[in-house]
Design a protein around this ligand. Structure first.
Ligand code: TPP
Ligand code: MG
Length: 158
């Protein structure tokens, strides 16, 4: 499956959920598929999406969806153990696994030796193709993304 189609499936029925997406083309494609203020695009800092999602999930009643890539999860593998320990029922983690750093040239990862879904709860690994995709840059600054996200999650609007 193409990564963008996996993102379409994941977000098809989202209403009030918070969606945190990892760095690179995954965030760009989420923006292209379904931009909304309740999306937080973690531009720049790879490996942090799950940690942010966990922080929100354990400190609120929001339903949280985290969309990671295989390389980004491998970068912060310890966060999966923390996810298992905290086990918030209001967090669902999707890992889009293409066995590489597709956003930056396709450098291979070692995701094939790990079953992420066995480490942490509520974790679904979706195999996606290696192609980089062509979604354009997100035309928002990190400050703008953060400002509208904070505003959206402090109100009931979706
Ligand atoms: C700490 C850090 N290292 C490297 C990068 C550059 N970078 C951005 S996205 C990316 C690859 C992400 O790979 P993955 O999470 O598997 O997603 P994919 O692009 O394969 O969908 C890299 C290396 C970065 N932004 N931050
Ligand atoms: Mg990848």
């Amino acid at each position: 499956m193409k990564r963008i189609n996996a993102i379409k499936k994941i977000t098809k029925n989202v209403k009030n959920e918070i969606v945190i997406s990892t760095t690179g083309m995954i965030s760009r494609e989420l923006y292209a598929v379904k931009d909304r203020p309740r999306n937080f695009y973690m531009m720049g800092s790879m490996g942090c999406a799950l940690g942010i999602g966990l922080g929100i999930a354990i400190n609120s009643k929001h339903k949280v969806i985290v969309i990671s890539g295989d390389a980004s999860v491998l970068m912060s593998l310890g966060t999966l153990a923390l996810h298992k320990k905290l086990n918030p029922k209001n967090l669902k983690h999707y890992i889009l696994d293409n066995g590489c750093h597709s956003s930056t040239g396709g450098q291979p990862t070692c995701s094939n030796v790990i079953d992420f879904s066995k480490i942490a709860p509520n974790t679904r690994v979706i195999e996606v193709s290696k192609e980089k995709g062509d979604a354009p840059r997100i035309p928002l600054s990190p400050k703008q993304i953060l400002k509208r996200f904070k505003h959206a999650i402090s109100s009931n609007r979706s």
